[in-house]
Design a protein around this ligand. Structure first.
Ligand code: PMP
Length: 402
């Protein structure tokens, strides 16, 4: 039998690089925090960690006035929580969709009896502001939903002018920031967004399992003045608001047992984010995303977003070249121990792949992706000059070296 250290070394060599758009590769300190001995959810140390996490969320969301919520669940729970608490039966809600996750908002809204109107952008495009404004003039809307980055297309929407329109027409604005918080610019208070929600497993940098949401003062007031009760038990702010307030006041409380280890990991990750600086971190994401796309362009690969201006910092969706079998390409990339994601948008699911580049992502990670991609293309006889994408990527990065 092989000695243990040798087996471990072999496993290290086989280490897979997770480059899907969430879950992502997590910082070692975050993983170490996950592994601590679980404490009581009312232990003084944990109360401090929970309180700190709520406070750090305000910094990342740029929302000193917001009310943060940290609840065990996924991003879909955060979406559900926003709709369940703010929307009542027969409310009119406008859904601005750039892909799969826009439509999920419509599903949730329909479940709660809202009347939805969906403005769907063609694949790779955004809905023009004039179209949104024209629709807002047609009837009284209670809210609109925006998907900041739709993870199915990699399209980035600018929420600021939409939030302005929402304000002009007295409509609540709900931003799905699952694939954008901590990777794209968000100024929740300044832009007057009523809800900005996310999940732990993306740019926030914590394993899956936490729904994170920030509500504006106005959103809380709208919830307080509902005419009908919230038709959801677990997501009801009536249960969670006192808990969030208690933890922030460093007092013990209980409604549902918090995900203790995940919240310890969340505090660790939010500290890392704040230490790097939220703006600096977003700029790092942007530089890496642009350089990565320069690499792809040098191989004549086309991205889903119609222009690079509306391409996300957090992921890139890329069409397979016409002559290449996508399944074969992805399986060859996987043989290089680089894990990327397939398509998600049902109409074109088999014609593209997605690469996540968020959180602790480094130039080395993206070089590994590009070189695995080149090796796979080479094996499939795609015509290109070997090393070209690595060259383009590094040349672009050099512009930003200090
Ligand atoms: N919205 C967006 C933009 C997402 O990318 C995702 C997850 N990929 C969700 C919502 C749903 O999050 P979850 O899978 O954590 O429920």
């Amino acid at each position: 039998m092989l000695p243990l250290f040798y087996i471990k070394r072999l496993q290290m060599k086989g280490r897979k690089l997770l480059m899907i758009p969430g879950p992502i590769e997590f910082e070692p300190d975050v993983m170490q925090a996950m592994a601590m001995a679980t404490t009581s959810h009312v232990a003084p140390d944990f109360i401090e960690v929970f309180g700190n996490s709520l406070e750090h969320m305000r910094e990342v969301w740029k929302s000193p006035k917001g009310q943060p919520f940290i609840v065990a669940g996924t991003g879909t729970l955060a979406m559900d929580m926003a709709i369940a608490n703010l929307i009542e039966k027969d409310d009119n809600v406008l859904v601005i969709s750039t892909g799969y996750f826009g439509k999920r908002f419509q599903d949730i809204l329909t479940h709660y009896g809202a009347n939805t109107t969906i403005l769907e952008a063609p694949v790779g495009e955004v809905v023009p502001l004039e179209v949104i404004e024209k629709e807002l003039k047609t009837k009284t809307y209670k809210a609109l939903t925006i998907t900041h980055v739709d993870t199915s297309t990699g399209v980035l929407v600018d929420p600021e002018p939409i939030a302005k329109l929402a304000k002009k027409y007295h409509v609540l604005s709900i931003l799905d920031g699952v694939c954008s918080v901590a990777a794209e610019t968000i100024h929740q208070d300044e832009w007057e967004l009523d809800i900005v929600l996310t999940a732990s497993q993306k740019a926030v940098g914590v394993p899956p399992g936490l729904a994170l949401l920030m509500a504006s003062e106005k959103a809380i007031q709208v919830w307080e003045n509902r005419k009908t009760p919230v038709c959801n038990y677990y997501a009801n702010w009536k249960n969670w608001l006192p808990i969030m307030k208690a933890y922030e006041a460093r007092k013990p409380s209980y409604f549902g047992t918090p995900a203790v280890n995940l919240i310890v990991a969340l505090e660790t990750s939010l500290k890392i984010i704040c230490k790097e600086g939220v703006q600096k971190r977003i700029e790092r994401h942007q530089v890496l995303a642009n350089a990565f796309r320069k690499g792809l362009a040098s191989l004549h690969l086309e991205i889903l977003p119609r222009s690079t201006e509306i391409a996300a910092n957090s992921l890139t969706a890329v069409y397979y070249p016409k002559e290449i079998d996508g399944v074969a390409l992805r399986s060859k990339i996987a043989r290089s121990n680089v894990i990327i994601a397939g398509g998600l948008l049902s109409e074109i699911k088999t014609s593209y792949f997605r690469v996540g580049h968020m959180g602790s992502v480094s130039p080395n990670d993206l070089i590994a992706v590009l070189s695995a991609l080149e090796r796979a293309l080479l094996a499939l006889n795609y015509p290109f000059e070997t090393g070209k994408s690595l060259n383009a990527f590094q040349t672009e990065l050099l512009k930003f070296e200090e």
